[in-house]
Design a protein around this ligand. Sequence first.
Ligand code: LLP
Length: 432
Amino acid sequence: MPISAATNELGHLTIGGCDTVKLAEEFGTPLWVIDEATVRQSARACLEGLSSYGDARALYAGKAFLCLTMCRLAQQMGMGLDVVSEGELYTAAKAYFPPELTYMHGNNKSQSEIDAGLAYGLNIVIDGMSEAQMVIARAAALGKRASALVRVTPGVEPDTHEHIKTGQHASKFGVPLEGVPEIVRFLTEHHNEIDLRGLHAHIGSQGQELEPFLQIIDILGDLVLDLCQEQNFVLRQLDVGGGLGITYTEEDKPAPIYTWASEIAQRVKRVFTARSLDLPQLLVEPGRSIIGTAGVTLYRAGHSKSVANNIQYLALDGGMADNPRPITYQAKYTACVANRMKDSFSENRLTLVGRYCESGDIIIREAHVRASTGDLVGIFATGAYSYSQASNYNRTPRPACVLVADGKAEIIIERENNDDLIRHDRIPKRLS
Ligand code: LLP
């Protein structure tokens, strides 16, 4: 839940001091509501966790949720930014996000993305040898020097869904440990085009146990020692990625973000000191753990149906197009009845389904809520990877997103309309 969530005298869910029933009336449904206080608190907790380290920085992973306002919030909170496409970079640039605090990821950066990154003057996280060659060639052609990190595949898996693991052996991301000396040597030789600052690793997302996040630091420490002894390589930046999970249901027990950040900071200090290596600048890249619990989706409940095996369906006015996580990762969520917070728990289970033309479009399979047609259903913890993965499936416009704080709600992403859906359609002359 967002930290500001409460129930008012009318029994309505409030977020950031705003009555969600009024938000739904004013802005329509489905509606993404983002609680500014939660974003700020998560960012602060992360930065406080890192504070004992000295030279450390948190980069907000934009892929979790990015828009102009989110760039502003991240910057105000003293975070850098991780972008993975020209579109995310364009958003950052339009929000005047400082280039030196922007890092570009991706396992298949195009020439045009690399050129845009070089022109912006951001940091490029190089994913492999062929990309290294392209970055060098483009930097030479454009007369630029790229600040770079090399992404390492550490061979460590977090406790999460297969689709969102990235650090395991044979991952499509990064350079396998045994290939790192070669690429570091190659990049160092091209110091006119590349300023190789350090190494990066990211093992996956929605990890709950701390150990895998710490284990990669031991592995990277050994790797850096080898690089130092064999090539005199001096590591200036170490980016250990993001991936900390959040609580979607009572089954989830992720470490608090403060603990995650401070354990990482302590482990890096210990590992580098034990190997008599200078401490690098430490970078972390949390996305979900900054924005996830800040978001609540409000849906209007529509038709209901009772079918065989005692299944009760209640259909909501959104679903897999505004939140593809349940159908993609079998992700679980927690619901509430936002217009009747008291007395909305039910022993009976309700299947909350979406409005899209697929049987798999189920938002919550067994929700313990007493909801019916016309109710306002809130789904918690939808701040991360909902808007950013949303689609126009079934030609539905994407919902609006409001930022709430101190009793005020402001649109940060407008609701799309039907004209937006046909904006790029063209009819060949012979058919018109
Ligand atoms: N750094 C890198 C290089 C990443 O690839 C990611 C996420 C992050 C940081 C941020 O991870 P976070 O702290 O948000 O877990 N669509 C999936 C999640 C994909 C994550 C992709 N990479 C989902 O909805 O669960």
